[in-house]
Design a binder for this molecule. Structure first.
Ligand code: PRX
Length: 656
C-alpha cells in the first residue's frame, strides 16, 4: 500500500442552511439537538445503542450485554435473539402499515408492480419455504445474481428469514468473478433470472451462471432457481435448475422467522481491496439491523408519507442497506427501478420521480455528472416538486455538481445529504443530518452520533486543522463488519494494523484520505490505497492487473486511475508484453475485452499503454504515483530518488 502525501486543493466556503420548512418538520431539527445526541453517544456508547435497540427493534430475547469489544472483534447485543425480517415485515403487519406499499418497482420496459407489506411478507415466506424444500438450512450460504426486480429483495429477505447468509453478486460481474465469489462463500444454491434489462439490451444472467458453474467448478452449488424476467431461451439443467414461479406457486406462506443470535451471519458481500482477491465482508444480524434502521431514519428524516428512492443496485452495499433492510425496517415505501438513463430515454429518472411522487432521492455523484451533461431541459420538463430531500453516495461530490443538484433537481428547497460510508461500515458514518447540520458543497460534514471519526497520521496522532491525513474511527459501532469471510487475519491486517493501537485505543482504518476544517467538517479526498473508484464502484488495481496477466500475451501490468469528468476515475493499464507478442490496436482491444470477461464491464480499461519497463523502487515495488501522473498527462513531480532505473520514466513519457 502506498502512502502518498495527502494534499487538499479544494477550498469551498459556501454554507447552506437547512430550509426553514424542512426544519419545522424534521426529526432532528437543530445543530444543538445533533450536538446533544452526539455527546450523549460519546459519553456512554453502550447506553446509547442499548436504548435505541430496545426502542426501535423487536427482539425474541433480550441481550445480556450491549458490546463485547475484544479488538478487533466486536460482538453487539450479546445473546440477544432477533430476526431482521421480523423487523422488516412481520411487525408492520400488526399496524396500519399492513396495506401500505412496501416496495414499488418499475421495470425498464415500463412494466411495474407494487407490493404491500402483507404481500411482500407472503412472497418472502413462500420463497423461504422453497429454499427449505431444496435443502437450504440455517447457516448455508446462498448466492444471488439478479437484475433489479422485486425477486432480488424477496430472495435476500427469504434467506435472512431462514438464517441462510446471502451473498449477492452484482449482475454486471462476469461469470469468472461470480464463480470466484461462489467458491469463496461455498454457496449451496444460486438464485438468478433468465436475464435482466440494461439500457435496452438483455443481460444474460442465467448463461453467466451456467458458465460459472460449468465443469462442476463450484461443487457446493446443488440447485439454481431461475426467475423468468425477459423470457429469452435459457438452458435448464435437469435436477439442478428450477423455475422460481413453478416452485413459488405451490409453496406455503407459513414460515415463521427463525430466531437468530445477534451475531449470526446475515450476509457476505464481496468488495475490492488492495490485494488481488476480493474480500468477503461479513455483516451480522442485530447490529446491522439497528444501524441501518436508525441511519435510514435519521439521515433521510423518514416520515410515513415518504416515497423513498435509492438508485443503487442491490448488488452493492447501498442496495442492501438503503433499498432493502433500512427502509423496510422502518416501514417505509421503497422504490426499486430496473432501468438506467439511456439513449432511448435519457430522462427516465425524472419520469419515475414524477410518476410515483418520489419525496427522497438518493443517487451517486457520477450519475449527477452524467445528468448535467445530458442537460437541464430533461428534469425541467418534469414535475419534480414532490422531492423534499436529496442524497449522494459513493465518492466525493464536486462542489459544482452539488450546486447543480441543489438548484436543478432540488429547486433550492431540498437539503442534500452527502453520505460517506463503505461496504465495511454497513451504514452511513459521516453525513449531514438534513434538518440539523448546515451543508458545505463537497463535504460529508459531520460524523453521526456514536461515530468517533477522526483524521490522524500514521502514528495515530490527530493532524492539524485542514491538514490531510487518514480517516479513522476510534470506537466500534453496531453496523461495522465483523470479519473477512474465512480470513480473520486479513481483517485484522487491513483495517486494524495500519495505524498501531496504543493505550488500548484501536483505529479502524478506512483507506480514505481526509481533512477536517475549523467547523469540524470532514472533507474526504479519496482512497489512499490501491483502490480505484470508477463511477462510485470500487476496483482493486491488483484485481485488474491479475486479470491482465492471466492473458498469454501479458508479462506484467500496472493499473492506475486517471481523472474522468463523468466517472470520477477511469482505468489506465501499463502493460509489458511477453517476448513473442507485438503491440497492436487489435491486441489493446483484446486485452480490454479480456478484463471484461474476467471481472465485468465495469472494469474495462479506458486505455492500455504498452511499455517495456515499469518504474519500480529498488525493492521492486511499482511506483504507481508516477504512473498516475503519466496517465493524467501531468508532469511527474515529487521525489523520484527511490526509482531504480530513471531512464524508464523517460521512455514512458515518450511512449505517452
Ligand atoms: O472512498 C470512499 C468512497 O467509497 C468508498 C467505499 O466504497 P464502497 O465500499 O463500494 O461503498 C460505496 C457505498 C457506500 C469509500 O472508502 N465514498 C463513498 N461515499 C463517499 C465516498 N467518498 C467521499 N464522499 C462520499 N460521500
Amino acid at each position: 500500500m502506498s502512502h502518498p502525501t495527502i494534499e487538499s486543493i479544494l477550498q469551498e466556503n459556501r454554507l447552506f442552511h437547512p430550509p426553514a420548512d424542512f426544519v419545522a418538520k424534521a426529526r432532528i431539527n437543530s445543530l444543538e439537538a445533533y450536538n446533544a445526541l452526539y455527546e450523549r453517544a460519546k459519553a456512554d456508547p453502550a447506553a446509547f445503542w442499548g436504548e435505541l435497540a430496545q426502542q426501535e427493534l423487536e427482539w425474541f430475547q433480550p441481550w445480556d450485554q450491549v458490546l463485547d469489544w475484544q479488538p478487533p472483534n466486536a460482538k453487539w447485543f450479546v445473546n440477544g435473539k432477533i430476526n431482521i425480517t421480523y423487523n422488516c415485515l412481520d411487525r408492520h403487519l400488526k399496524t396500519w402499515r399492513k396495506n401500505k406499499a412496501a416496495l414499488i418497482w418499475e421495470g425498464e420496459p415500463g412494466d411495474s408492480r407494487t407490493l404491500t407489506y402483507a404481500q411482500l411478507h407472503r412472497e418472502v415466506c413462500q420463497f423461504a419455504n422453497v429454499l427449505k424444500q431444496l435443502g437450504v438450512k440455517k447457516g448455508d450460504r446462498v448466492g444471488i445474481y439478479m437484475p433489479m426486480i422485486p425477486e432480488a429483495a424477496i430472495a435476500m429477505l427469504a434467506c435472512a428469514r431462514l438464517g441462510a447468509p446471502h451473498s449477492v453478486v452484482f449482475g454486471g460481474f462476469s461469470a469468472e468473478a461470480l464463480r470466484d465469489r461462489l467458491i469463496d462463500a461455498q454457496a449451496k444454491l444460486v438464485v438468478t433470472a433468465d436475464g435482466g434489462w440494461r439500457k435496452d439490451a438483455i443481460v444474460p444472467l442465467k448463461d453467466q451462471v451456467d458458465k460459472a458453474l460449468a465443469h462442476q467448478a463450484v461443487p457446493s452449488v446443488e440447485n439454481v432457481l431461475v426467475v423468468q424476467r425477459t423470457q429469452q431461451p435459457v438452458t435448464m439443467v435437469p435436477g439442478r435448475d428450477h423455475w422460481w414461479h413453478d416452485l413459488q406457486k405451490g409453496a406455503s406462506a407459513d414460515c415463521p422467522a427463525e430466531p437468530m443470535d445477534s451475531e449470526d451471519l446475515l450476509f457476505i458481500l464481496y468488495t475490492s481491496g488492495s490485494t488481488g482477491k476480493p474480500k468477503g465482508v461479513v455483516h451480522t444480524t442485530a447490529g446491522y439491523n439497528l444501524y441501518t434502521h436508525i441511519t435510514t431514519q435519521w439521515v433521510f428524516d423518514l416520515q410515513d408519507t415518504d416515497v423513498y428512492w435509492c438508485t443503487a443496485d442491490v448488488g452493492w452495499i447501498t442496495g442492501h442497506s438503503y433499498i432493502v433492510y433500512g427502509p423496510l425496517s422502518n416501514g417505509a415505501t421503497t422504490l426499486m427501478y430496473e432501468g438506467a438513463p439511456r439513449a432511448s430515454n435519457p430522462g427516465c429518472f425524472w419520469d419515475v420521480i414524477e410518476k410515483y411522487g418520489v419525496t427522497i432521492f438518493y443517487t451517486a455523484p457520477t450519475a449527477i455528472r452524467a445528468f448535467i451533461k445530458m442537460g437541464e431541459h430533461l428534469p425541467r420538463a418534469r414535475n419534480l416538486s414532490s422531492l423534499r430531500l436529496l442524497g449522494t453516495v459513493g465518492e466525493p461530490i464536486n462542489p459544482e455538481a452539488w450546486m447543480w443538484y441543489y438548484r436543478v433537481i432540488g429547486g433550492e428547497r431540498c437539503p442534500i445529504v452527502d453520505t460517506w460510508w463503505q461496504t465495511e461500515t454497513g451504514g452511513h458514518m459521516i453525513t449531514s443530518l438534513p434538518g440539523a447540520i448546515p451543508m458545505k458543497p463537497g463535504s460529508a460534514t459531520k460524523p453521526l452520533p456514536g461515530i468517533l471519526a477522526d483524521v490522524v497520521d500514521l502514528e495515530g496522532n490527530p493532524v492539524g486543522l485542514n491538514e490531510g491525513g487518514y480517516l479513522v474511527i476510534r470506537h466500534p459501532w453496531p453496523g461495522m463488519m465483523r470479519t473477512v469471510y474465512g480470513d480473520p487475519d486479513r481483517f485484522r491486517r487491513t483495517y486494524w494494523e495500519h495505524i498501531p493501537p496504543r493505550d488500548g485505543q484501536y483505529f479502524y482504518f478506512a483507506g480514505d484520505g481526509a481533512r477536517k476544517d475549523e467547523d469540524g467538517y470532514f472533507w474526504v479526498m479519496g482512497r489512499v490505497d490501491d483502490v480505484i473508484n470508477v463511477s462510485g464502484h470500487r476496483l482493486g488495481t491488483m484485481e485488474i492487473e491479475s486479470a491482465l496477466v492471466s492473458h498469454p500475451a501479458v508479462a506484467e501490468a500496472a493499473v492506475v486511475g486517471k481523472p474522468d469528468e463523468i466517472k470520477g476515475e477511469e482505468i489506465v493499464a501499463f502493460v509489458i508484453l511477453e517476448g513473442s507478442a507485438t503491440p497492436s490496436d487489435a491486441l489493446q482491444q483484446e486485452l480490454k475485452q479480456h478484463v471484461v470477461n474476467e471481472i465485468g464491464a465495469l472494469a474495462r480499461p479506458a486505455e492500455i499503454r504498452f511499455t517495456d519497463a515499469l518504474p519500480k523502487t529498488r525493492s521492486g515495488k511499482i511506483m504507481r504515483r508516477l504512473l498516475r501522473s503519466l496517465a493524467a498527462g501531468q508532469e511527474v513531480s515529487g521525489d523520484t530518488s527511490t526509482l531504480e532505473d530513471r531512464s524508464v520514466l523517460d521512455k514512458l513519457r515518450q511512449g505517452a
